[in-house]
Design a protein around this ligand. Sequence first.
Ligand code: G
Ligand code: G
Ligand code: MN
Ligand code: NA
Length: 254
Amino acid sequence: IREENNLREAFAKGDLEMFYQPRVDLKTGKIVGAEALMRWRDPIRGLIAPKDFIPLAEEIGLIGKMTTWALDQVCLQQRNWQDRNIDIVPISVNLVAEQFLDGQIVTTLEKTLEKNSLAPQYLEVELTESAAMQSPQKTVELLKQIKALGILIAIDDFGTGYSSLAYLEKFPIDILKIDISFVQGVTVDQHAEVITSAIIAMAKELKFLIVAEGVEIDGQRQFLSKHACEEGQGYLFSKPLPATEFADLLINHI
Ligand code: G
Ligand code: G
Ligand code: MN
Ligand code: NA
């Protein structure tokens, strides 16, 4: 109960903050996108990671409001950078299953883009494979509406859920993010290599853009690049950064 109140208070006070982790083209090293990741900046405890408060937010039913806030925050930030003539890249926001069940998400996305006068191609949404499979038929319908707004859709943590491949083909998705657990097995575990290259090959056939998550060492980058994975995200390139530091990267590295 105490931590619940702390989180509600932090949200109300503005102690949540979005960090940005770049996504890069594995061949050129250019920044081609980013993922927005939430942090709780507590005055005493310091930075708190999502794994230590997102589950609680889900439990107490605050996650919907927090994600709506995150979407607004990201669009506002993009608008601010664009106004300063910074070359912006698409930024993805993690959605949760709950939003796909209450049906508000399409209106929320539309309103947020409009309010911040942001073109839809600068916003992407990520949905984990398991969230998408909680109510697959409904998810297909909502994803179609999101796509119609011009927003790109990514399936996150791919390979860890249990989506039937039949649904993968029905979901109108643009990007497949290979889960970190496979990526980190590359160069050490032959099974992980076989699975990773098979996921890439399948995603290619289905015309998805493929992003490898958790790229930490150059050997992983080389393997992924050799198997025609286009993009990567991970500590090899950058950890998630506060907005000002991410903007510096955009200004200096593109
Ligand atoms: O940022 P980290 O590096 O610790 O993120 C851990 C996990 O927390 C991510 O994989 C993601 O699923 C979740 N997460 C981070 N930020 C957000 C957010 O803004 N909304 C939601 N729903 N989940 C998030
Ligand atoms: O939404 P998702 O669960 O995919 O969020 C990505 C998570 O992976 C975040 O918690 C982020 O901090 C973490 N992450 C990003 N890059 C790396 C990396 O290179 N190594 C590890 N171990 N974690 C990473
Ligand atoms: Mn994600
Ligand atoms: Na992921």
